[in-house]
Design a protein around this ligand. Sequence first.
Ligand code: NAG
Ligand code: NAG
Ligand code: NAG
Ligand code: NAG
Ligand code: NAG
Length: 412
Amino acid sequence: MFVWAILLFSLTITFGEKSVKYAAVIYRHGDRTPVNLYPTDPWRNESLWPVKFGELTNIGKRQHYALGKWFRKRYSHLVSEKFDPSEVYIRSTDVDRTLMSAQANLAGMYTPSGDSIWNTDLIWQPIPVHTKPEKDDEVLAMKKKCMPYIKEREKYFHSTSYKERLSKYQGLMDYLTAYTGKKIKDYEDINDIFNVLYIESLYNFTLPNWTQSVYPNKMKEPSCYSFTTATATPLMARLMVGPLLKDIVAKMNTVILKKKPNPLKLSMYSAHDFQIGNILSAIGVFDGNCPAYTSTILFELLQDNSTMEYFIQMSYRNSTEIIEPYIMNIPYCGKICPFERFLKLYDNLVTVDWNYECTKQMSPFIGACFFLGLFAFMYVVYKIQFTKFNEKRRVQFAYISVYSPTAVQQKI
Ligand SMILES: *[C@@H]1O[C@H](CO)[C@@H](O)[C@H](O)[C@H]1NC(C)=O
Ligand SMILES: *[C@@H]1O[C@H](CO)[C@@H](O)[C@H](O)[C@H]1NC(C)=O
Ligand SMILES: *[C@@H]1O[C@H](CO)[C@@H](O)[C@H](O)[C@H]1NC(C)=O
Ligand SMILES: *[C@@H]1O[C@H](CO)[C@@H](O)[C@H](O)[C@H]1NC(C)=O
Ligand SMILES: *[C@@H]1O[C@H](CO)[C@@H](O)[C@H](O)[C@H]1NC(C)=O
């Protein structure tokens, strides 16, 4: 008892109460219908499905509504009951199912009450969701084109370690190619099939017999491994996940350095399994499981009320069910990571200057055009100068020939 009392006492001395000062949450959309159905799929007819392919279903809406209620509870001390745009910013990828998930989520989080009710027939209020076309979005969609990234990815795909690992699945890929009517050549392709079969089984559609020997067991590992390939090298991780993590730590810095009187309290990002997988992999905590519907990563900035120090806690809600998130063990830092240490550990990600790094290196084609243009220009300049110089010489020569006695003599 006494020992425990001392231990408890020393704990309360060194660590005060920690409370959340800012949070960034990134979640996956809810239940959806399949995309990328394979050519021989018996369930390819879209009218068999409740909504068009790739769209959020009613199940998905309910899942996000429930998650929104959970966010309201978790962050009740952080964000006001009444919507305040200075407290919260919601951003989605520009895809129907993520935009709709964000809206269903906010319907649960900001269910109006009191004077927020604007229509007694509709206990819902509009909340802004911001977005950007995917091809222009390097931050959340992670889809904006970047030549140095593409080059690095090519190098990775041609590395022996990548090829050797993938070759273990050659038999599986040949089998899938034969039965799906589609060339299956990498982890992403395996995952596309895995995903379709997963959704069909969720929807109680009988899977073709050929799937029995490979689905889900043999396909699961390579399918979920696909969530690591986009951030496979430090440079790929930097260019892929850097902009988002940089954004998040910048918001945290605004709180810590008190740069604004009313800093943002909560950023909410509505995205896909792709982004969830990329972030987990880049941080080094991906556990090999494909991210489930509504799975959520939480980056929370905590402050200790006795030492006033700041920490980052990263948690992951790896289920579609409403469960409490697991606190991630940040590599080399643990479950509660001092903010400055986190910045040092993830220096490779948070120091990215995406626009500069993705445009400074010219593609070979643009480079070739540039040099050709330069040579053409120099040639033209040279030509002009040369003609001028010759004219000058001619003039000079004429001058000499007129006034030099020898020249005159010669002329005569
Ligand atoms: C899809 O199913 C609907 C309804 O069962 C049917 O009318 C339609 O012909 C089917 N389309 C194809 C391409 O099989
Ligand atoms: C599939 O069947 C199960 C068990 O009967 C049921 O609980 C579930 O709601 C069904 N799924 C869908 C999407 O209809
Ligand atoms: C698939 O397998 C089931 C039993 O495992 C069998 O009854 C059925 O006839 C098979 N279907 C085909 C098309 O082979
Ligand atoms: C920190 O917060 C806890 C719980 O709210 C409180 O009991 C404690 O007195 C606070 N400590 C300081 C130094 O403010
Ligand atoms: C979720 O994460 C916990 C902790 O890492 C793990 O034990 C559990 O198996 C995971 N669940 C799923 C469905 O991945």
